[in-house]
Design a protein around this ligand. Structure first.
Ligand code: ATP
Length: 271
């Protein structure tokens, strides 16, 4: 929706340290799909997870938002193992925006975003005035006020994706996990969502395919290949031509854009 103001970060969020320690996971009775992955997602920083199709990005994220229990290793939030917390307590700390979207097509956008408040409510209590303010704030942050009464099923893919980000913000997590959040988004909304993530005072962990967006919109990056950590560290140091070539089986080149001096990747099939 060109002409609208850019997304504005809501105030008053908290962030936390997430540590993954020697994580391994595989389906029951099958070998590990993810082996020995360790990293730290520092409070308030944006961590990008990259790797080729099937490298294990979504699998790793599922371990971080407490969907898969690790076979070995731990996920700690501020030193507390997420499997030592109740599901409700974990949901107060971690929110996830996934590629699969809900199928509650008849619910309105407001009702979907209100679901983000569930971990903070007791029993079947209705949304109180504080919840309502938080929901309105999340809708406003993603410029979704005009969609509030629309049923979710009538929205475009990109509009739905923004609703899912708003629902995650309404959850007021300390850690926000996103699986390919720019899927379905046009260029303007891709840039708006990524620059919003940058401004949120939360710990952000997001998988992304576009390495130029990763370079520009993340602080740190974890590169996965065949379910293992190939590299982890500050994005501008980790994303080198040899590393990218190894991770994706291609030939890459980094150029410096003028006048910004920003790094920009171009890619070719390896010979
Ligand atoms: N529950 C499961 N049972 C069997 N295999 C699985 C399961 N979950 C994931 N896999 C396999 O593990 C590998 C990693 O999958 P994952 O979805 O984590 O990759 P990804 O890096 O997110 O890929 P993409 O970029 O294509 O989304 C794939 O080969 C996938 O088929």
């Amino acid at each position: 929706m060109p002409g609208n103001p850019p997304f504005q970060a809501p105030e008053g969020q908290k962030s936390a340290l997430l540590e993954a320690k020697e994580l391994s996971w595989g389906p029951k009775g099958k070998p590990d799909l993810l082996s020995n992955v360790s990293f730290r997602a520092e409070p308030g920083r944006v961590l990008g997870i990259v790797g080729s199709n099937g490298a294990g990005k979504s699998t790793l994220l599922r371990l971080l938002y407490r969907f898969h229990q690790p076979r070995t290793g731990q996920v700690l939030i501020n030193d507390q193992d997420i499997w030592g917390m109740s599901p409700r307590s974990a949901a107060q700390k971690i929110a996830a925006v996934l590629q699969e979207q809900p199928t509650d097509f008849a619910l309105t956008v407001w009702e979907i975003v209100a679901l983000g408040r569930t971990p903070h409510r007791r029993g079947f209590a209705q949304a109180g005035s504080e919840d309502k303010a938080i929901i309105e704030n999340a809708l406003a942050t993603l410029n979704l006020q005009d969609f509030a009464k629309r049923s979710f099923g009538t929205l475009s893919g990109g509009e739905r994706q923004r609703v899912m980000v708003a629902r995650a913000l309404a959850q007021e997590p300390h850690i926000l996990i996103l699986d390919e959040p720019t899927n379905h988004l046009d260029i303007r909304h891709q840039l708006e969502v990524l620059s919003l993530l940058r401004r949120l005072n939360m710990t952000i962990i997001t998988s992304l395919h576009d390495l130029n967006l990763v370079g520009e919109h993340t602080d740190d990056v974890l590169v996965l290949a065949n379910g293992q950590c190939l590299a982890f560290g500050p994005s501008d140091q980790v994303l080198t031509e040899p590393l990218v070539d190894q991770a994706f089986g291609i030939t890459s080149r980094i150029q410096r854009l003028m006048p910004s001096d920003q790094r920009h990747f171009t890619f070719h099939l390896a010979r």
